[in-house]
Design a protein around this ligand. Structure first.
Ligand SMILES: CC(C)(COP(=O)(O)OP(=O)(O)OC[C@H]1O[C@@H](n2cnc3c(N)ncnc32)[C@H](O)[C@@H]1OP(=O)(O)O)[C@@H](O)C(=O)NCCC(=O)NCCS
Length: 171
């Protein structure tokens, strides 16, 4: 399966990619309702294209279109050097609801991990799961991510965010 899945960097905000991101977010409406209590909106599109993250240079915030057999099926995002040097954090992983359970999410995470290992921030990877997003826990556990014991109360989410981490044995 891995060979079927590719991450295409989102570098410029073209009108075509903006429409594509909107469509992919609409395909993940279940997720937005679960973690934000609302449908995806223009603010979420802006976030995908790189809202500045306090404490991180712009080049440490990256996003990709997840393609499976050449078809755009999801979105991925990574923060390098978050919360400490040597560590990366997956800020977004969303696969269109009609495309799930085909191994795409797993392959996308493997690609994100490989990317992180190729940078100075590849020792470990983090992910935050909103507690109301119950199915996501099984997914991340299946990929070797474990709870760190940290919980964050963040604005705009329907519940606290639970932090999971995995050693990547990278640089
Ligand atoms: C979580 C998500 C990215 C998983 O993507 P996916 O392509 O469906 O995942 P995969 O097919 O690669 O699943 C890999 C393994 O994870 C586990 N898994 C995935 N989804 C699961 C679910 N809903 N329930 C239980 N286990 C699940 C299974 O072990 C699965 O292996 P299997 O299908 O051989 O049993 C996808 O469901 C999604 O985009 N959800 C909405 C957004 C979201 O919650 N993102 C994560 C934010 S923390």
């Amino acid at each position: 399966m891995s060979g079927d899945v590719r991450l295409r960097p989102l570098v410029a905000r073209t009108a075509e990619d903006e429409r594509l991101v909107e469509r992919l977010l609409e395909g993940c409406e279940d997720y937005y309702r679960r973690v934000h209590g609302r449908a995806p909106c223009a603010h979420d599109v802006d976030e995908v294209f790189g809202t500045p993250v306090a404490g991180l240079p712009a080049e440490s915030v990256r996003a990709w279109i997840v393609e499976r057999r050449g078809e755009a099926v999801g979105l991925a995002g990574l923060l390098s050097g978050w919360k400490r040097p040597g560590q990366s954090m997956i800020g977004l992983l969303a696969i269109d609801a009609r495309q799930r359970r085909r191994g795409t999410g797993r392959s996308a995470v493997e690609a994100l991990e490989a990317f992180a290992r190729s940078t100075p921030d590849g020792r470990s990877m983090r992910i935050g799961i909103v507690e109301t997003n119950a199915p996501a826990f099984d997914f991340w556990h299946a990929l070797g991510y474990r709870e760190t014991g940290e919980r964050r109360e963040l604005e705009d989410f329907t519940a606290p965010v639970v932090i999971l981490e995995k050693d990547l044995d990278g640089a």
